[in-house]
Design a binder for this molecule. Structure first.
Ligand code: BG6
Length: 512
């Protein structure tokens, strides 16, 4: 590849976020200290927060403003990637308040309203509010209802009120629809920001630029040239301290209708007519709606589940899933899921999308591999070339961030032999490192009212429509052979069989 440009072209947003008070529900939890406040600190360091800004943490722990600030002082700086000079910290911390309250208690929301008014006055904020629901999913509907009842969700006199809702949004199609219905009794769709942190990743945002900002890829991005697509989100970690949640969710719910479907829709969508939020989301929604909903018979053939047993990861022996904290010893929850999807439209008919995700896999790697059709062999029939490898383009999402393209080349020498070579682009080599929590852009977008990177109700429901039949079949037929893959492997044998039946295989070797 050519030399890196000396001045990378990177367009950073230059507009400051709108003045607002941000209320974080569930502010004493992990997400706040690990991601949200470090991201806000990074935004402050980049001068993207306005003077007229303040944060109120709302949770049911016994903090005061002072003790909350002290706790944050101990916890937050380690997760922020910027330098935190004392002036920056002072600027930041004096804008943070705490209120103890119950998510279901109307009187606490009245007190919150007074508290917001006081904080707005103190920091000159004009009435804009960003509510962030970093709470357990069972409280999503309740908090929105209380915001409505307290008059806190109204948008009046040109001031906005927006609600950011964390995942998981529902447990299946019915619960997602019910939640959408409940929150829409209080909020307009344009006030709802359903977050998926995958969309905060630069490499995910780049899929659109890569596909539609270059002349050479889009013409071949279709069923005429592409054989199949493989999307992998492999993790080496187990369930860590989240056994309580994970054991009720499982790999499919946890990763597929949200994160992996974002990757599917960005890979499969048609070009949007602009970067306007609805223009982009319309195209993503259309791609999701074109995924064929599997029948129960198809689920049995195209969906694979697994659970890890003991094994070795990074040279360490690790326990089986059933031995993890807060996991039932006889748990039938899957920690691995693989699916074959069909997107039944003119661009993708007959091009399967294979998806897989799991905990305790062979390596941490999220990537989209586009496998092109093989070149015809005729020309090589009378040579010593035995087979031609198909071209493959891999979008590396994390931890490696970049692209690689495999193509065949002649191996030097008097005899005609070919071999695959790889051309690589790595973000860091070109653009340097831009460490972030992944939440900066999403929070900033919430503050300027750009919903492009947030999920719309129809997108969430389209995702659940595809996944719910799988959940139903799996529920009706409990797994009989869990655990069925050792920690540190690439999942159960059935996952390889899923590909082998189609004469294909997972791209394991390069990422193991
Ligand atoms: C979360 C899931 O949404 O995404 C976790 O609940 C998973 O189980 C995580 O580990 C993966 O995110 P990332 O950014 O580390 O790939």
């Amino acid at each position: 590849m050519s030399d890196a440009p000396s001045t990378p072209t990177k367009s950073e947003p230059i507009r400051k976020a709108d003045p607002c008070v941000m209320v974080i529900f569930g502010a004493s939890g992990d997400l706040t200290k690990r991601k949200l406040l470090p991201a806000l600190l990074n935004l402050a360091s980049s001068k993207l927060l306005p003077e007229q800004f303040a944060i109120i943490g709302f949770a049911n722990n016994d903090f005061t403003d002072d003790s909350f600030r002290e706790y944050l002082g101990r916890e937050v700086k380690q997760f922020a990637s910027c330098d935190v000079p004392p002036e920056l910290w002072d600027w930041f911390i004096k804008r943070i308040y705490y209120m103890k309250g119950d998510f279901g208690d109307a009187s606490h929301f009245k007190t919150l309203k007074d508290q917001i008014a006081r904080v707005e006055k103190e920091h000159g904020v004009n009435g804009n509010r960003l509510y962030y629901l970093a709470v357990a999913p069972r409280f999503f509907g309740e908090v929105v209802k209380q915001l409505g009842a307290a008059g806190l969700a109204e948008e009046s006199n040109g001031h906005w009120a927006r609600v950011v809702i964390e995942k998981p949004f529902g447990r299946d199609l019915d619960s997602a629809k019910a939640l959408n219905k409940d929150i829409k009794l209080v909020l307009d769709e344009k006030q709802i920001y359903r977050i998926d942190h995958y969309l905060g990743k630069e490499t995910v945002q780049n899929i659109i630029i890569f596909r539609f900002g270059n002349g050479i890829f889009e013409p071949i991005w279709n069923r005429r040239y592409i054989d199949h697509v493989q999307i992998t989100a492999g993790e080496t970690v187990g369930v860590e301290q989240r056994g309580g949640y994970y054991d009720t969710a499982g790999a499919l719910r946890d990763m597929v209708p949200n994160h992996l479907f974002q990757l599917v829709s960005l890979t499969a969508m048609e070009p949007p007519i602009s970067f306007h939020a609805d223009a982009v989301r319309d195209e993503q929604a259309k791609a999701l709606h074109a995924i064929q909903i599997p029948t129960p018979e198809e689920v049995l053939k195209t969906a694979v589940r697994g659970q890890y047993g003991r094994g070795e990861v990074d040279g360490q022996t690790v326990p089986a899933y059933k031995e993890e904290p807060n996991v039932a010893p006889d748990s039938t929850t899957e920690t691995f899921a693989a699916l074959k999807l069909r997107i039944d439209n003119w661009r993708w008919a007959d091009v399967p999308f294979y998806l897989r995700t799991g905990k305790r896999l062979g390596s941490r790697a999220t990537e989209i591999a586009i496998q092109f059709k093989r070149a015809p062999f005729q020309l090589f029939r009378d040579t010593s070339v035995e087979e031609l490898q198909a071209n493959r383009l891999v979008l590396h999402i994390q931890p490696e961030e970049g692209l690689s393209l495999r193509f065949g080349a002649k191996i030097p020498g008097p005899i005609m032999k070919t071999g695959p070579v790889e051309m690589k682009f790595n973000y860091e080599d070109y653009f340097g490192r831009h460490p972030s929590t992944g939440y900066e852009r999403l929070i900033y977008d919430g503050m300027i009212g750009d919903a492009t990177l947030f999920q719309r109700a129809d997108m969430v429901e389209a995702g659940w429509s595809v996944i719910t039949p799988v959940l139903d079949v799996w529920k009706a037929l409990p797994p009989r052979s869990f655990p069925n893959y050792p920690a540190g492997s690439w999942g159960p044998k059935e996952s390889d069989d899923l590909m082998a039946r189609d004469g294909r295989h997972w791209r394991n070797t390069n990422i193991q």
